[in-house]
Write a protein that binds this ligand. Structure first.
Ligand code: M6R
Length: 594
C-alpha cells in the first residue's frame, strides 16, 4: 500500500507540511516518495527513490513553491521503486497520487496511447493522469474530468488530483482503499489516515467507498457513488503527537515493545464483551478464523485457547488461501477476523466471503474507522494505539489478549486463568527490565544465517511468530516447527551452524516432550537458545547452549509473555545486523493489494 496526502490552503508553504505528513505515512510504504505543488498556474514536482529522507534532502536543496500540494510515499506494485515510477504522476495539466491497483490499466493505456498520450513510467497509476488530461482537452472542467476518469477505473484506489489551475478544486476519490478529509481553519486536507492529519487538524471525516470529494481551501463537498452530495460524520481524532512520535527510543518498534505492559494493563481492565458477541460464538457450530501474517499466528494461538477452554471448534486459515478455497461454512455460523490495520485486502476479502456465506462477522481490530470495521457485525478493539513500526508488536500482544479474554468469557468460571491474565503486565515489565541480557543473546544469533524456532501447543504458532519477526527485520532465514514435527524431516538441516530457539516453560504440560525434542537436537550438534523459566533452565542443564529465564508464568498466558523475548531477540538481531527495524526492505505496514 502507499500513503497519500493533499493540502488545499492559502496559508504557508505546502512542501514542508507535505513532507511531515509523508513521514507519518511512511509506515504504509517507503521505497520512493514525491510531492507536487501548485504555484503561478504551474505544477512543481520533486520525487526521490528510497526512503522519505531522500525526498527531504531534495526538498531542503530545492523546495517547490506554493501553498497547495499533494504527496505520496510508495510501496511498489507495478514498476520498480525508481524515481521515474514515484508519484505524483503528472502532465502539464494535472498531477495525481494514488494508493491501490488499477486492474484495467493495460487496456486503458492502449486506449490513451492510441489517443496520442506518451507514457513514461511502468506504473498502473500513470493511466489515470492521461485519462484526466484527455478529458480536460475535450473541454471538461477539472471536476468533470476527474469524475469521468474515476468512472473508467477498475480495481482499488484512493486518489488525489491537483490541477495546474489556480481556480480549480483539489479532487479526491476512494474505492477500496482509505481516504480521509481533515478540516482545518480556512484550509482543508486529504490523507490516507488520521496519523498524517494529526499535526494539521483533529477534525476528520472518513470517506466511504465510492465517495468523491471536491476540495477548496474553504470547504469540501462529498459526493457519494450515486452522485448525490452527502454529509459524512466529522470525528475528533484523539491521536496525539506523543503517540506518533518515537520519544526517547531509537525506533518505533522499540517504543512499541516497551508500551506493551501499559497497553495490556488498560486492555485487560476494560475487557468486556457484548452479550451478542458471546451469543454468536456460543451458537456457532464451528468458528471460522482468518487473518494474515502475525495476525494469523494470533488466530492460531487463540484457536488453542478457544478449543481447549471454551470447547469451541475452530477452523483457522490464512486469509489469502481461505478466500479462494471457498470452504463451506456452517449454517448460522460465526467468523472471526483479526487485523491491526483493518485494511489488509486478503483479510478483507476473506471477511466478504464469510459474509456472503451468511456468517456473523466479528473482527478484532486496532485501527479505528477501518474498512473491516465498517463491514463487520461486531468489532472487538485492541486499543493498542497507533503502531508505526512495520513489525507488529504491541498490536499482536493486544490481539492475543482479546482472544484470551474471549476464551475465558466463553469458558465460564476460570479463576486461575483470569488471575494469570491480570498478572501478565507485571511479568512483562520484568522481561523488559532484562532487555540487556536478551540483546546479548540476539547479538550471538545475528552471527548465524539460518535458525529454527520450536514450541508445542499454543507456543507452536508463537514460535512461527518469533521466526517471522526475526526474518522480517533482520533478514535471517528462520523456520518454525512444532516441537514434535521437525524430526519428520527438517532435523536434517541441523548442525552447529543452524541454532534453535526453543520455547519451553516448565509449567507447560508438554515440557517433558519439549525436553526430549531439545535432546534430539543437541544429540545432532544443534545449538539451542532455551526460553524457559528458572526451573526449566535448571532442568535442561547443559543441553541448552544459551538460555534466558523468563519469569514463571501460567501456561495459559505463556504465549503472550513469551512474545516479548521473541520481539526483543529480533529487534536486537536487526540492530546488530544494521538493518532498519522500523522499515525493513520490501515491506509495508499493511498490504492493501493481493
Ligand atoms: O494489518 P494486519 O494485522 O491485517 O496485517 C497483517 C500482516 O500483514 C502483518 O501482521 C505482518 O505480518 C506484519 N509485518 C508482521 O509483523
Amino acid at each position: 500500500m502507499c500513503g497519500i496526502i493533499g493540502i488545499m490552503s492559502d496559508k504557508g508553504p505546502a512542501a514542508p507540511r507535505l513532507l511531515e505528513g509523508l513521514t507519518r505515512l511512511a509506515y504504509r510504504g517507503y521505497d520512493s516518495a514525491g510531492v507536487a505543488t501548485l504555484a503561478g498556474g504551474a505544477l512543481h514536482r520533486r520525487r526521490a527513490e528510497g526512503k522519505i529522507a531522500a525526498l527531504a534532502e531534495k526538498l531542503a536543496a530545492d523546495s517547490p513553491p506554493g501553498t497547495r500540494g499533494i504527496g505520496h510515499t510508495r510501496w511498489a506494485t507495478h514498476g520498480g521503486p525508481t524515481e521515474i515510477n514515484a508519484h505524483p504522476h503528472a502532465t502539464d495539466k494535472v498531477a495525481v497520487v494514488h494508493n491501490g491497483i488499477i486492474e484495467n490499466h493495460a487496456a486503458l493505456r492502449v486506449e490513451m496511447e492510441a489517443a496520442g498520450h506518451v507514457f513514461t513510467t511502468q506504473t498502473d497509476t500513470e493511466v489515470i493522469v492521461h485519462l484526466v488530461t484527455e478529458n480536460l482537452s475535450r473541454g471538461m472542467d477539472p471536476r468533470a474530468a476527474a469524475f469521468a476518469a474515476l468512472d473508467r477505473l477498475e480495481g482499488a484506489y484512493a486518489v488525489v488530483f491537483l490541477f495546474a489551475d489556480e481556480g480549480a478544486p483539489m479532487i479526491g476519490g476512494r474505492c477500496g482503499t482509505p481516504l480521509a478529509v481533515g478540516w482545518g481553519e480556512g484550509e482543508v486536507f486529504l490523507a490516507s489516515d488520521s496519523y498524517a492529519l494529526a499535526p494539521l487538524t483533529s477534525r476528520v471525516t472518513f470517506l466511504e467507498d465510492g465517495d468523491r470529494v471536491v476540495v477548496t481551501a474553504q470547504e469540501a463537498q462529498i459526493v457519494d457513488c450515486a452522485g448525490s452530495t452527502v454529509e459524512r460524520p466529522v470525528r475528533t481524532s484523539t491521536i496525539s503527537a506523543a503517540q506518533i512520535g518515537k520519544g526517547d527510543h531509537k525506533h518505533f518498534m522499540h517504543k512499541e515493545i516497551h508500551e506493551q505492559p501499559a497497553v495490556l494493563g488498560e486492555l485487560i481492565n476494560g475487557l468486556v464483551f457484548e452479550p451478542a458477541v458471546l451469543e454468536a460464538l456460543a451458537a456457532t457450530p464451528r468458528l471460522t478464523m482468518a487473518a494474515c501474517g502475525t495476525a494469523a499466528y494470533a488466530c492460531r494461538v487463540g484457536a488453542y485457547w478457544l478449543e481447549s477452554l471454551a470447547r469451541l471448534p475452530c477452523a483457522v486459515d490464512i486469509a489469502s488461501e481461505f478466500r479462494y478455497r471457498t470452504p463451506p461454512l456452517p449454517e448460522k455460523g460465526a467468523a472471526l477476523f483479526v487485523s491491526q490495520s483493518g485494511e489488509t485486502l486478503d483479510t478483507l476479502e476473506a471477511l466478504r466471503y464469510a459474509r456472503s456465506q451468511g456468517q456473523t462477522i466479528i473482527s478484532i481490530l486496532n485501527t479505528i474507522e477501518s474498512t473491516m470495521e465498517r463491514e463487520s457485525d461486531y468489532v472487538l478493539r485492541t486499543h493498542a494505539g497507533p503502531e508505526i513500526g512495520v513489525a507488529s508488536t504491541k498490536a499482536t500482544a493486544a490481539q492475543l489478549t482479546v482472544l484470551a479474554g474471549l476464551a475465558l468469557a466463553l469458558a465460564g468460571d476460570r479463576p486461575d486463568e483470569a488471575a494469570a491474565l491480570r498478572h501478565l503486565p507485571a511479568l512483562m515489565v520484568e522481561v523488559l527490565e532484562r532487555e540487556t541480557e536478551i540483546a546479548g543473546l540476539a547479538r550471538v544469533l545475528a552471527g548465524f544465517t539460518h535458525m529454527l524456532y520450536i514450541g508445542r501447543g499454543p507456543l507452536y504458532p508463537l514460535a512461527c511468530e518469533g521466526s517471522l519477526k526475526m526474518k522480517e527485520i533482520s533478514y535471517i532465514h528462520a523456520e518454525a516447527y512444532a516441537g514434535g514435527e521437525f524430526k519428520h524431516g527438517p532435523i536434517a538441516l541441523i548442525d552447529e551452524d543452524f541454532p534453535t530457539v526453543a520455547l519451553a516453560p516448565s509449567t507447560d504440560p508438554l515440557f517433558d516432550k519439549m525436553r526430549s525434542n531439545m535432546e534430539e537436537l543437541a544429540a545432532r550438534g544443534g545449538k539451542i537458545l532455551l526460553l524457559s523459566d528458572a526451573d526449566g533452565v535448571a532442568a535442561m542443564g547443559k543441553t541448552a547452549t544459551w538460555s534466558f529465564a523468563v519469569p514463571e508464568v501460567h501456561p495459559f498466558t505463556a504465549p503472550i509473555l513469551y512474545l516479548l523475548p521473541l520481539q526483543l531477540l529480533a529487534y536486537h538481531a536487526a540492530l546488530a545486523k544494521g538493518t532498519d527495524a522500523d522499515q525493513p526492505r520490501n515491506l509495508a505496514k499493511s498490504v492493501t493489494v493481493e
